[in-house]
Design a protein around this ligand. Structure first.
Ligand code: ADP
Ligand code: MG
Length: 263
Protein backbone atom coordinates (compact mmCIF):
# COMPACT_ATOMS: atom_id res chain seq x y z
CA UNK A 1 0.00 0.00 0.00
CA UNK A 2 1.33 3.44 -0.82
CA UNK A 3 1.25 6.22 1.71
CA UNK A 4 -0.91 8.32 -0.55
CA UNK A 5 -3.66 5.69 -0.60
CA UNK A 6 -4.58 6.49 2.98
CA UNK A 7 -3.60 10.13 2.99
CA UNK A 8 -6.54 12.41 3.80
CA UNK A 9 -7.19 14.93 1.06
CA UNK A 10 -6.70 17.78 3.54
CA UNK A 11 -3.18 16.72 4.56
CA UNK A 12 -1.69 19.97 3.29
CA UNK A 13 -3.51 21.91 6.02
CA UNK A 14 -3.25 19.97 9.27
CA UNK A 15 -6.28 20.08 11.56
CA UNK A 16 -6.03 22.69 14.34
CA UNK A 17 -4.93 21.25 17.69
CA UNK A 18 -8.34 21.88 19.24
CA UNK A 19 -11.75 22.90 17.98
CA UNK A 20 -15.33 22.97 19.21
CA UNK A 21 -18.39 23.22 16.98
CA UNK A 22 -21.75 24.20 18.43
CA UNK A 23 -20.61 23.02 21.84
CA UNK A 24 -23.43 22.85 24.37
CA UNK A 25 -22.69 21.69 27.90
CA UNK A 26 -24.02 21.90 31.43
CA UNK A 27 -24.40 20.16 34.74
CA UNK A 28 -28.14 19.39 34.48
CA UNK A 29 -29.72 17.83 31.38
CA UNK A 30 -32.11 20.73 30.68
CA UNK A 31 -29.88 23.56 31.80
CA UNK A 32 -27.19 24.42 29.25
CA UNK A 33 -24.47 26.67 30.64
CA UNK A 34 -22.31 26.66 27.51
CA UNK A 35 -24.80 27.54 24.79
CA UNK A 36 -23.27 26.67 21.45
CA UNK A 37 -19.63 27.66 21.09
CA UNK A 38 -17.56 27.50 17.91
CA UNK A 39 -13.94 27.87 18.85
CA UNK A 40 -10.61 26.96 17.26
CA UNK A 41 -7.19 26.90 18.91
CA UNK A 42 -4.57 27.02 16.17
CA UNK A 43 -1.12 25.50 16.09
CA UNK A 44 1.27 27.42 18.33
CA UNK A 45 -1.41 29.79 19.55
CA UNK A 46 -1.89 31.23 23.04
CA UNK A 47 -5.53 32.16 23.56
CA UNK A 48 -7.09 33.61 26.68
CA UNK A 49 -10.75 33.11 27.62
CA UNK A 50 -12.17 36.18 29.35
CA UNK A 51 -15.60 37.18 30.57
CA UNK A 52 -17.60 38.17 33.62
CA UNK A 53 -18.04 35.93 36.64
CA UNK A 54 -20.53 33.17 35.92
CA UNK A 55 -20.21 33.55 32.14
CA UNK A 56 -19.40 29.86 31.79
CA UNK A 57 -15.63 30.07 31.25
CA UNK A 58 -14.84 27.25 33.67
CA UNK A 59 -17.73 25.16 32.38
CA UNK A 60 -16.47 25.65 28.81
CA UNK A 61 -12.96 24.41 29.53
CA UNK A 62 -14.18 21.65 31.84
CA UNK A 63 -16.50 20.46 29.06
CA UNK A 64 -13.54 20.37 26.66
CA UNK A 65 -11.58 18.40 29.26
CA UNK A 66 -14.34 15.83 29.65
CA UNK A 67 -15.41 16.97 33.12
CA UNK A 68 -18.85 18.41 32.31
CA UNK A 69 -21.49 16.53 30.29
CA UNK A 70 -21.93 17.64 26.67
CA UNK A 71 -25.50 18.23 25.49
CA UNK A 72 -24.60 18.87 21.88
CA UNK A 73 -21.95 19.85 19.38
CA UNK A 74 -18.59 18.32 18.64
CA UNK A 75 -15.07 18.47 19.95
CA UNK A 76 -11.88 17.68 18.01
CA UNK A 77 -8.30 17.23 19.11
CA UNK A 78 -6.09 17.56 16.02
CA UNK A 79 -7.80 15.28 13.51
CA UNK A 80 -9.52 13.07 16.08
CA UNK A 81 -13.17 13.47 17.06
CA UNK A 82 -13.07 13.39 20.87
CA UNK A 83 -16.74 14.23 21.49
CA UNK A 84 -17.87 12.34 24.58
CA UNK A 85 -14.44 10.86 25.36
CA UNK A 86 -13.97 10.25 29.08
CA UNK A 87 -11.39 12.35 30.92
CA UNK A 88 -8.73 9.62 31.28
CA UNK A 89 -8.86 8.90 27.54
CA UNK A 90 -8.44 12.61 26.78
CA UNK A 91 -5.32 12.82 28.93
CA UNK A 92 -3.82 9.92 26.99
CA UNK A 93 -4.67 11.65 23.72
CA UNK A 94 -2.75 14.73 24.83
CA UNK A 95 -5.37 17.09 26.21
CA UNK A 96 -3.91 18.50 29.42
CA UNK A 97 -6.15 20.44 31.79
CA UNK A 98 -5.18 22.22 35.00
CA UNK A 99 -8.37 22.93 36.97
CA UNK A 100 -8.65 25.99 39.14
CA UNK A 101 -8.87 24.04 42.40
CA UNK A 102 -7.91 20.57 43.56
CA UNK A 103 -5.21 20.33 40.93
CA UNK A 104 -2.67 18.59 43.20
CA UNK A 105 -2.78 15.97 45.97
CA UNK A 106 -2.05 18.11 49.03
CA UNK A 107 -1.13 15.25 51.39
CA UNK A 108 1.39 13.74 48.99
CA UNK A 109 4.92 14.82 48.15
CA UNK A 110 5.98 16.65 45.01
CA UNK A 111 7.48 13.48 43.58
CA UNK A 112 4.39 11.41 44.41
CA UNK A 113 2.20 13.98 42.68
CA UNK A 114 4.32 13.62 39.56
CA UNK A 115 4.35 9.83 39.85
CA UNK A 116 0.57 9.69 39.92
CA UNK A 117 0.33 11.94 36.88
CA UNK A 118 2.87 9.72 35.12
CA UNK A 119 0.79 6.56 35.48
CA UNK A 120 -0.90 7.26 32.13
CA UNK A 121 2.52 6.93 30.47
CA UNK A 122 4.17 3.67 29.45
CA UNK A 123 6.24 2.37 32.40
CA UNK A 124 9.71 2.68 30.82
CA UNK A 125 9.39 6.42 30.21
CA UNK A 126 7.82 7.47 33.52
CA UNK A 127 11.00 8.00 35.54
CA UNK A 128 12.80 9.83 32.75
CA UNK A 129 9.89 12.20 32.23
CA UNK A 130 9.60 12.94 35.96
CA UNK A 131 13.31 13.73 36.20
CA UNK A 132 13.10 15.90 33.08
CA UNK A 133 10.15 17.78 34.56
CA UNK A 134 12.03 18.35 37.84
CA UNK A 135 14.92 19.72 35.79
CA UNK A 136 12.56 22.25 34.25
CA UNK A 137 11.21 23.30 37.65
CA UNK A 138 14.22 23.92 39.93
CA UNK A 139 11.93 25.14 42.69
CA UNK A 140 10.27 21.74 42.81
CA UNK A 141 13.50 19.82 42.24
CA UNK A 142 15.07 21.39 45.34
CA UNK A 143 12.88 19.29 47.61
CA UNK A 144 10.94 16.59 45.78
CA UNK A 145 10.07 15.01 49.15
CA UNK A 146 8.18 18.08 50.38
CA UNK A 147 4.48 17.63 50.99
CA UNK A 148 2.56 19.52 48.30
CA UNK A 149 0.09 21.02 50.76
CA UNK A 150 2.93 22.97 52.37
CA UNK A 151 4.03 24.70 49.16
CA UNK A 152 3.34 28.34 48.39
CA UNK A 153 0.46 29.11 46.04
CA UNK A 154 2.84 29.77 43.17
CA UNK A 155 4.74 26.53 43.72
CA UNK A 156 1.50 24.57 43.91
CA UNK A 157 0.50 26.04 40.58
CA UNK A 158 3.88 25.08 39.12
CA UNK A 159 3.39 21.53 40.39
CA UNK A 160 -0.10 21.38 38.91
CA UNK A 161 1.26 22.58 35.57
CA UNK A 162 4.22 20.18 35.75
CA UNK A 163 1.79 17.30 36.33
CA UNK A 164 -0.16 18.34 33.24
CA UNK A 165 2.99 18.66 31.12
CA UNK A 166 4.38 15.23 32.04
CA UNK A 167 2.46 13.61 29.22
CA UNK A 168 3.89 16.07 26.67
CA UNK A 169 0.41 17.26 25.72
CA UNK A 170 -0.80 18.52 22.35
CA UNK A 171 -2.81 21.21 24.08
CA UNK A 172 -2.55 22.80 27.54
CA UNK A 173 -5.67 24.29 29.13
CA UNK A 174 -5.60 26.15 32.45
CA UNK A 175 -8.40 27.62 34.53
CA UNK A 176 -7.29 30.76 36.39
CA UNK A 177 -3.82 29.65 37.45
CA UNK A 178 -3.19 33.13 38.86
CA UNK A 179 -6.11 33.06 41.30
CA UNK A 180 -5.03 33.90 44.84
CA UNK A 181 -1.35 34.34 43.97
CA UNK A 182 0.91 37.25 44.85
CA UNK A 183 1.81 39.58 41.96
CA UNK A 184 5.32 38.08 41.91
CA UNK A 185 3.97 34.52 41.72
CA UNK A 186 1.50 35.55 39.00
CA UNK A 187 4.37 36.96 36.96
CA UNK A 188 6.32 33.70 37.38
CA UNK A 189 3.37 31.53 36.40
CA UNK A 190 2.68 33.66 33.33
CA UNK A 191 6.34 33.68 32.34
CA UNK A 192 6.31 29.91 32.55
CA UNK A 193 3.20 29.68 30.38
CA UNK A 194 4.81 31.85 27.73
CA UNK A 195 7.87 29.56 27.74
CA UNK A 196 5.66 26.47 27.43
CA UNK A 197 3.82 28.05 24.52
CA UNK A 198 7.09 29.05 22.83
CA UNK A 199 8.23 25.43 23.12
CA UNK A 200 5.36 24.64 20.74
CA UNK A 201 2.41 23.78 23.00
CA UNK A 202 -0.82 25.64 22.18
CA UNK A 203 -2.28 27.18 25.35
CA UNK A 204 -5.86 28.00 26.29
CA UNK A 205 -5.95 30.12 29.45
CA UNK A 206 -9.02 31.20 31.39
CA UNK A 207 -8.23 34.40 33.30
CA UNK A 208 -9.82 37.05 35.50
CA UNK A 209 -6.63 39.02 35.36
CA UNK A 210 -7.62 40.63 32.05
CA UNK A 211 -4.76 43.08 31.49
CA UNK A 212 -2.07 40.53 32.36
CA UNK A 213 -3.67 37.84 30.19
CA UNK A 214 -3.90 40.21 27.21
CA UNK A 215 -0.18 40.93 27.55
CA UNK A 216 0.82 37.28 27.11
CA UNK A 217 -1.88 35.90 24.79
CA UNK A 218 -2.00 36.14 21.00
CA UNK A 219 -5.77 36.20 20.91
CA UNK A 220 -8.65 36.59 23.33
CA UNK A 221 -12.22 35.35 23.30
CA UNK A 222 -14.86 36.86 25.54
CA UNK A 223 -17.63 34.66 26.87
CA UNK A 224 -20.89 36.20 28.04
CA UNK A 225 -23.77 34.06 29.27
CA UNK A 226 -22.39 30.87 27.76
CA UNK A 227 -21.80 32.38 24.33
CA UNK A 228 -18.66 33.56 22.58
CA UNK A 229 -19.27 37.29 22.16
CA UNK A 230 -15.92 38.53 20.97
CA UNK A 231 -12.85 37.07 19.32
CA UNK A 232 -9.93 39.39 18.59
CA UNK A 233 -6.16 39.71 18.69
CA UNK A 234 -5.10 40.33 22.30
CA UNK A 235 -3.20 43.49 21.35
CA UNK A 236 -6.35 44.93 19.79
CA UNK A 237 -8.40 44.32 22.93
CA UNK A 238 -5.61 45.59 25.16
CA UNK A 239 -5.66 48.87 23.22
CA UNK A 240 -9.43 49.19 23.65
CA UNK A 241 -10.00 51.91 26.25
CA UNK A 242 -13.31 50.33 27.24
CA UNK A 243 -12.83 46.57 27.41
CA UNK A 244 -15.48 46.43 30.11
CA UNK A 245 -18.12 47.27 27.51
CA UNK A 246 -17.28 44.05 25.64
CA UNK A 247 -18.00 42.06 28.79
CA UNK A 248 -21.61 43.19 28.80
CA UNK A 249 -22.77 41.12 25.85
CA UNK A 250 -23.59 44.25 23.93
CA UNK A 251 -24.47 42.39 20.70
CA UNK A 252 -28.23 42.46 20.41
CA UNK A 253 -28.87 42.88 24.11
CA UNK A 254 -28.83 46.64 24.35
CA UNK A 255 -31.70 48.17 26.29
CA UNK A 256 -34.14 50.26 24.21
CA UNK A 257 -33.05 53.87 23.95
CA UNK A 258 -35.14 56.46 25.65
CA UNK A 259 -37.82 57.51 23.18
CA UNK A 260 -37.84 54.23 21.19
CA UNK A 261 -41.40 53.33 20.28
CA UNK A 262 -43.00 50.69 22.47
CA UNK A 263 -43.17 47.29 20.74
N1 ADP B 1 -20.79 22.22 39.63
C1 ADP B 1 -21.81 22.99 39.21
N2 ADP B 1 -23.08 22.55 39.26
C2 ADP B 1 -24.10 23.31 38.80
N3 ADP B 1 -23.95 24.55 38.29
C3 ADP B 1 -22.71 25.04 38.21
C4 ADP B 1 -21.58 24.30 38.65
N4 ADP B 1 -20.47 25.05 38.44
C5 ADP B 1 -20.89 26.21 37.89
N5 ADP B 1 -22.22 26.20 37.75
C6 ADP B 1 -23.03 27.30 37.18
O1 ADP B 1 -22.62 27.50 35.83
C7 ADP B 1 -22.62 28.90 35.53
C8 ADP B 1 -21.29 29.28 34.94
O2 ADP B 1 -20.29 29.06 35.93
P1 ADP B 1 -18.75 29.00 35.58
O3 ADP B 1 -18.56 28.15 34.39
O4 ADP B 1 -18.06 28.62 36.83
O5 ADP B 1 -18.47 30.52 35.18
P2 ADP B 1 -17.10 31.36 35.17
O6 ADP B 1 -15.98 30.38 35.21
O7 ADP B 1 -17.17 32.15 33.90
O8 ADP B 1 -17.14 32.26 36.36
C9 ADP B 1 -22.98 29.63 36.81
O9 ADP B 1 -24.34 29.98 36.73
C10 ADP B 1 -22.76 28.60 37.89
O10 ADP B 1 -23.64 28.79 38.94
MG1 MG C 1 -14.43 30.09 36.55
Amino acid sequence: MTASASMPSSFATPAPPLSTRGLIAGYEPDLPIVKGIDFTLRQGEFVTVLGPNGAGKSTFVKAIAGLVPLHGGTLSLADADITGCPRHALVRKGLAFVPQTENIFATMTIRENLQIAATVLPKPVRKVRIEAMLDTYPDLAKRPGAVAGGLSGGQRQMLATARALLVEPRVLILDEPSAGLSPKAVAEVFERLVAINRSGVPVLLVEQNVRAALRIAHRAVILVDGRLRHDAPAAELAADPDIGRLFLGAHGTAAPRNGDPAP
